[in-house]
Design a protein. Structure first.
Length: 176
């Protein structure tokens, strides 16, 4: 299997969540942007609303992400359909980068419904950031951007906005 490393797909996800501190639920949003490492530009981006099979969007989750139950009911597509579209449009032979363990979470969600995640090679950019800064502390994407001398653009907890800010950080501090 030959991989194409000239471009990285930065991605982020939002999941159903509740204000009681319980673990995140099913994926409700995936944002992706293609970062061309040679030109140092985002060459395309997209956002998918995912319709969870079992979970409902809580009021807390709606306030945090801006995604309502009505939105997932009207615009959401099953995770299986979204994964097929991502595979077709972005491929499986490029590295995907996320801030944290989103790739592992996605793989578990896909496995739970009997499909394969399109993310076959993944980079946890928060781990690379910690290694580069010789730190054992977790740092938020917002804090990493601020430390790099720039600010987070847009509203946090929006999957596409978060993916684009990750791409900006990668370029700003030459993380790749």
């Amino acid at each position: 299997m030959s991989f194409n490393f000239s471009k990285v797909i930065c991605f982020d996800m939002e999941m159903c969540c509740w204000d009681d501190g319980s673990a995140p639920g099913e994926i409700i949003s995936i944002g992706l942007c293609e970062l061309n490492l040679a030109s140092q530009e985002i060459t395309r981006d997209t956002h998918y609303v995912v319709k969870p099979q079992n979970d409902k969007v809580s009021e807390f989750c709606q306030e945090l992400t801006g995604i309502s139950q009505r939105m997932v009911d009207r615009q959401g597509r099953p995770l299986e359909d979204v994964m097929a579209t991502i595979s077709k449009n972005f491929g499986t032979k490029r590295p995907y980068a996320a801030w944290g363990t989103d790739a592992q979470y996605l793989a578990r969600q896909c496995a739970s419904i009997g499909i394969t995640s399109p993310v076959q090679t993944s980079l946890d950019m928060s781990l690379l950031y910690k290694l580069r800064n010789w730190s054992d502390r977790s740092t938020s994407l917002t804090a990493a951007l601020e430390k790099a001398g720039t600010t987070f653009e847009g509203k946090a907890h929006n999957a596409l906005v978060d993916a684009k800010n990750l791409a900006r950080l990668i370029l700003e501090i030459r993380l790749l």
